[in-house]
Ligand binder design. Structure first.
Ligand code: C2G
Length: 127
């Protein structure tokens, strides 16, 4: 069974997130999503509209997602890859190169971001 992992805040879930999760799942058999805790979001200078429990509940309802775990810091990825027996790490290509250190532990793929949508754009458009 090919296990895939991806990380993110996934706030105000939108179709760009879904396209990422769909493609990530299609590259394997089992998709784990590590969702940023509210505390870690502060480290990322991100303020999510939905709380961690609510973002987790929403992600767990998505057909492409098999398991949701917390992302608490920048340094847990190697441990996660080992702990969950991950074969493939996937992120949107706004992160291209940032996680290449994981290539010693699993396959690393950066997928093209979906154009025309972002959580920031949603917030701005609603103002
Ligand atoms: N994404 C995408 N297309 C968009 C918006 C987002 O493909 N239009 C992807 C991002 O590239 C990322 C994932 O969806 O792979 C989640 O996006 P965010 O919640 O913005 O994630 P981010 O805050 O970048 O957190 O340790 C990694 C970080 O936790 C990533």
């Amino acid at each position: 069974m090919k296990k895939v992992i991806t990380y993110g805040t996934f706030d105000l879930l939108h179709w760009g997130h879904i396209e990422l999760l769909k493609r990530a799942k299609e590259m394997g058999d089992y998709l784990i999503v590590a969702i940023s805790t509210d505390e870690f979001n502060q480290l990322k200078h991100k303020e999510a509209y939905h709380s961690f429990p609510h973002r987790k509940l929403i992600l767990e309802s998505i057909r492409y997602v098999d398991q949701v775990i917390p992302e608490e810091n920048w340094d847990q990825k190697i441990t996660d890859v080992k702990k969950y027996g991950i074969d493939l790490f996937v992120m949107g290509d706004d992160w291209r190169g940032e996680f290449d250190f994981l290539k010693d532990y699993c396959e690393v793929v950066y997928l093209p971001r979906t154009k025309g949508i972002s959580t920031t754009q949603i917030k701005d458009d609603l103002k």
